[in-house]
Design a protein around this ligand. Structure first.
Ligand SMILES: [Zn+2]
Length: 316
């Protein structure tokens, strides 16, 4: 069930008056008709509710511009007096505002027609409308005066106005110019590498660190105590160093050497087996990675005491 949201009333055609589905077809165009009379959209629809009418359309637009749906777009309305045209078309009956002559329609009807044509084209992916191609009229397919000179002479105008509606694309969202990352963000706690401001004017340090309250390009405004604190200075981000996230200085590796006097911190050997203390200290006699062999009395030829993890040793 699909029809234009512009339709404000639904007057379903009798099932005798159209074909379910679009056998061997599919929507590729719109066909414009006139009612050859002055009717409301509802009244036109009532005609198609007559089971012996043998005719229908998808939509009707009344004298007052009201749009009605009669046949859902996925079904084939019998409007164009031409089967091959019907299976490819969404059809619109338009009330005249006078009978005979050029069969004029009211401005209200015409305005609704333009909007409905635009909506049908958009929802069905018909692309740019071209009169005589995907915006068609009844007399292209059958020996009829429908839709009358008035509408037929304005088919280009209908196409242009409908295309204009559909080309009103939403305003493109301006793409923000990417700001080169400085690596700093508002809220960062920083200190200065050199105690000068953005213009190079010397500064006197008043805090251990400051907070970035604004960043604009390479210019950062620093505040004391908090992001909302008193402004301290504007500084070049190239002259800032973050506080608190610098890599913690790696603990100095315990640079043990053969011959060092050491004691285990915990009395376990390299494999975790408990040790019994037998000396006030031991000598490292071998080192291999974090494995140190300890000897008693002498690093070179004292009795081997244990192998110990160097992480578990301290110098004495
Ligand atoms: Zn017609």
């Amino acid at each position: 069930m699909s029809h234009s949201p512009l339709a404000t009333i639904s007057v379903p055609a009798n099932g005798n008056n159209y074909t379910y589905g679009r056998p061997n077809g599919g929507i590729t165009k719109i066909t414009v008709h006139h009612m050859a009379g002055v009717l409301s959209a509802e009244r036109c629809g009532q005609i198609f509710q007559n089971p012996n009418r043998h005719g229908s359309s998808h939509y009707g637009i009344g004298l007052d511009g009201e749009i009605a749906t009669y046949v859902e777009e996925e079904n084939t309305a019998w409007t164009d007096s031409n089967w091959d045209s019907n299976i490819h078309s969404v059809t619109i009956e338009n009330s005249n505002c006078d009978t005979g002559g050029d069969w004029p329609v009211s401005d209200a009807t015409f305005d609704s027609l333009v909007k409905l044509v635009a909506d049908i084209a958009k929802r069905n992916g018909l692309g740019t409308l071209v009169a005589g191609k995907n915006l068609t009229w009844h007399s292209m397919y059958a020996a009829t005066s429908c839709p009358g000179n008035y509408l037929r002479d304005r088919m280009n105008e209908i196409a242009e106005k409908a295309n204009a509606i559909n080309s009103q694309a939403p305003q493109p969202t301006p793409t923000p110019t990417p700001t080169p990352s400085t690596g700093f963000n508002v809220g960062d706690a920083v200190t200065l590498k050199n105690w000068v401001d953005y213009n190079g004017t010397p500064l006197r340090q008043t805090r251990d660190f400051y907070y970035i309250s604004q960043i604009n390009g390479d210019r950062a405004v620093l505040c004391a105590d908090s992001v909302d604190g008193a402004v301290y200075c504007a500084a070049n981000t190239n002259n800032l160093a973050k506080v608190g996230d610098a890599p913690a200085p790696a603990p100095a590796p315990k640079a043990f050497e053969i011959g060092d006097r050491v004691l285990p911190i915990n009395w376990v050997d390299f494999t975790g087996t408990p040790l019994r203390q037998t000396r006030d200290y031991y000598f490292i006699s071998q080192l291999a990675g974090n494995r140190a062999v300890l000897r008693a009395d002498d690093a070179n030829d004292g009795p081997i005491y244990a192998a110990v993890n160097t992480d578990n040793l301290r110098l004495v």
